[in-house]
Design a protein around this ligand. Structure first.
Ligand code: GDP
Length: 424
């Protein structure tokens, strides 16, 4: 049984918490896309952790954590992350890394920095983790696969070929020092030694797991609106954030993905540049940001304050549709308990017309939110475990959202902890 846990929005919906919870009954947790540019925050009995590369299942001893071929693998980050959790007393997790995953090179990170610097005000708000240069090279067929680390003849031929191209850009476009080929070879030898104990034919492993009836969770990063095809291009990430890509980024058949849990946050937040129709500003935004998530809405990787907004039915309906949602997990609802009234964006007004369908980016930039106000419930809902025990206005909020997005909300998360969940 393969399940995917993915985001409907701009990321930071609480996928880490939902994955961590579902991992209790899973055998494999697979990262299938993205890199160390975003993070999951997980609160459990060992403490509070921000994970960037490791899947959210690393805290259980019955699960295998898998880095799939679709991931942008930063080997030193992976190593530091393993160390950071074992240092806090978490038992050493079982981790495997796909022999077909590609490696984030030190120069990818530099190119990311230099390009944002060059763009200045027009920059994308990149986390400067090297993700866009990494995926560009992968598709330009000059990336380095994990398997290639073990072939010295190949590396000695490939490094000068790749550096010849990179160094022209470094010197002439960015006016920066060129890559030292010998140093790069040394770095790749270090990477080889670090990753060697984990390298596996992941698609073969997962094929056997499926045949054995094991439960596999595919853990997405970011959300639909950051997908390079279906998101707010060009203010997107560089690998697909959709459950469908889970099949490719893990190396399994698409028809094996039976359940798609799309995580939706009870209000909106976004990082980076790009149109954000239901965005709020000033004190209203500051208060929601301060109360949001678990200890405020600040990036797990960068610490940047997130942009805040009211719940957006248009974006979320679209986000759920593109994921192929079977279940919606509605998260961080407890945070809204302070509001007298809760505005919800139910439509976009574009050139005088109201639509509930999410438009292409050029039209999105002209969209104004159509807001409806729902009454708040003005109390703490953490600790409630039965749906019927939620205040009436809270249930009305959930049911209003469910009707407008058109997908069933089967889980409601009312706190950051693993067991703060209401199943419907
Ligand atoms: P992800 O990238 O989708 O995994 O999301 P993040 O981990 O970046 O952001 C979610 C934040 O909200 C984290 O700080 C979680 O601990 C927290 N969180 C998740 N679910 C809930 C919830 O139901 N209530 C509250 N208050 N916080 C939550």
């Amino acid at each position: 049984m393969v399940k995917a846990v993915v985001g409907a929005n701009w990321g930071d919906e609480g996928k880490g918490k939902i994955t961590d919870m579902l991992a209790e009954k899973a055998d494999f947790i697979v990262r299938f896309q993205g890199g160390a540019n975003a993070g999951h925050t997980i609160v459990n009995d060992y403490g509070k952790f921000a994970l960037h590369t490791l899947p959210s299942g690393v805290f259980y001893d019955h699960t295998t954590s898998v880095i799939g071929n679709g991931v942008a693998l930063n080997i030193p980050v992976l190593f530091n992350e393993i160390k950071s959790i074992t240092d806090k007393g978490v038992p050493k997790p079982k981790i495997v890394v796909s022999n077909r995953a590609q490696i984030v090179m030190p120069y990818h990170i530099l190119f990311d920095e230099y390009e944002e610097e060059r763009l200045g005000k027009a920059s994308f708000g990149s986390t400067k983790s090297g993700i866009a240069p990494f995926y560009s090279d992968k598709y330009a067929k000059i990336g380095f696969q994990v398997s290639e680390l073990f072939d010295d003849d190949l590396l000695k031929e490939k490094i000068p070929r790749v550096c010849a191209q990179k160094n022209v850009i470094l010197e002439h476009l960015y006016k920066k020092p060129p890559i030292d080929e010998a140093e790069l070879l040394n770095t790749l030898h270090e990477y080889r030694d670090m990753v060697a104990p984990y390298v596996t034919d992941v698609s073969l492993l997962l094929d056997q797991a499926i045949k054995d009836g094991k439960t596999i969770l595919l853990e997405g990063q970011l959300g639909t609106l950051k997908d390079p095809d279906h998101g707010i291009y060009p203010m997107v990430t560089s690998s697909s954030t959709l459950a469908a890509y889970g099949a490719i980024g893990a190396g399994i058949p698409p028809y094996e993905i039976k359940q798609i849990v799309t995580v939706v946050k009870a209000y909106s937040s976004a990082v980076g540049a790009g149109a954000f129709v239901s965005e709020i500003f000033g004190d209203e935004a500051d208060e929601l940001r301060r109360r949001g998530g678990d200890g405020g809405e600040f990036g797990a990787t960068t610490g940047r304050p997130r942009r805040m907004g009211w719940f957006d039915c248009v974006a979320t309906k679209y986000g759920c549709r593109l994921q192929g949602t079977t279940d919606v997990a509605f998260t961080v609802l407890d945070v809204l308990g302070y509001l007298d009234e809760i505005p919800v964006c139910t439509g976009y007004e574009i050139d005088g017309e109201v639509t509930t369908e999410f438009p292409v980016t050029s039209k999105l930039e002209k969209a104004k939110p159509v807001l409806e106000k729902l009454p708040g419930w003005k109390c703490e809902i953490r600790g409630i475990t039965n749906y019927a025990d939620l205040p009436e206005n809270c249930r009305k909020y959930i049911e209003f959202v469910e009707e407008h997005i058109g997908y069933p909300i089967t889980m409601v998360s009312n706190g950051p902890g693993r067991h703060d969940i209401i199943l419907r």
